[in-house]
Design a protein around this ligand. Sequence first.
Ligand code: ATP
Ligand code: MG
Length: 440
Amino acid sequence: MAQSIQAIRGMNDLLPADTSVWQQVEKVLRQTVSSYGYSEMRMPIVEQTNLFCRAIGEVTDVVEKEMYTFTDRSGDSLSLRPEGTAGCVRAALEHSLIYNQEQRLWYMGPMFRHERPQKGRYRQFHQLGVEVFGLNGPDIDAEIICLTRDLWEKLGIAGEVTLELNTLGNSEERKAYKESLVKYLEAHFDDLDEDSRRRTHTNPLRVLDSKDAKVQEILKGAPVLYDFLGAESKGHFEQLQHLLTSQGISFKLNPRLVRGLDYYNLTVFEWTTTALGAQGTVCGGGRYDGLVEQLGGKATPAVGFGLGLERLMLLLTTLGKIKSSSAVDIYVCGMGENIEAAQLKVCADLRRALPEYGVMNHCGGGNFKRLLKRADKVEAKVAVILGEEELKNGTLTIKDLRTTEQEVVPEDQAVTLIKRILERCDAADAAAADTAPAAQ
Ligand code: ATP
Ligand code: MG
């Protein structure tokens, strides 16, 4: 037998039981961004490598060691997108979406990073991204945070995630702070770990979120960015906090929160959970007022976030907040010689009358027991049986597969009866979901 080929490490297949959960969550995400009046963008998965180097920063983990970069057949250096913001800004500029106008945009899709695969960390993962252009106030920062909070509420996990908040000030303030931080780090250079030493001179802010316990201890005495901020930056941050509080959103100030990518300024935030171990950040974002200009556009304020869908799904399934559901509601069985054509017709009629439900046609014949076994296997709620008797009398046998009650009804009454059974099942399922245990 030939050796079988397997998927690339860190790139997951989503099987029907998974896609059922993903679809339910994606529906909530789409509904929520639409309810805020945001419009969808779809960008290519591959971009010029240069775009990411310029947008994300040369001295970041993503660009230094995580990108999937290759030379294509024309000799161009291309990369699989490691995040969505750079491509979104590129597209918005290329199509003049943000020249003197506001845009509130969202996208959803796969991102690629060559990281060590582990729970909640993959090489192909998915993000919901939101990007807003042309608005510079703390009100829009508050709005996108409200949007994320709405998501947690709709998904039943508002109590499981914590909002962490920080401000990075503007570039001059950060520059002054960096100088002071570098001096401090140099004074403690011998006690720093390898990574932090390197970063001290390449990207000193990143030392602040070092995971090394000794470095964290040293940082307790380090200068604090907030002390370097002017009145305007402080005002922006205070107003944001006021707006969040006014909407009942609590947060934790985290002066060490700097985020992994270079382009952030002022507001940065993360939603974290303790339920997923080390990969606890479900959503992260912030303001990036310099990026549009950096990529060749006119200076344009911007703010956004990226939400990791795998981590969100893990959280929802770990907490038992969501279950996969079958794509089949109605299973149509035919029994007898030459019944197939009539059976196809019954299916077509039901699909037309009940477009919101899944109707599966039984193929391949067999006895009554085999048909019901198949209906059970696909987790249908109703079986519709068409035998020679039914065909002759213009009736259908409708079987409620949960109660096992069955009834023979004239064809024109079948839809009403099926609908009644399905609505009863839907109501029971919704009630069960409401009282589902918080953890499994
Ligand atoms: P981390 O610190 O966990 O590496 P990050 O700062 O690199 O995260 P961002 O670039 O801000 O992450 O991406 C936004 C979100 O995308 C993260 O909060 C996380 O939920 C998700 N994410 C990032 N990298 C991965 C990955 N390799 N696998 C799965 N999800 C990821
Ligand atoms: Mg990362």
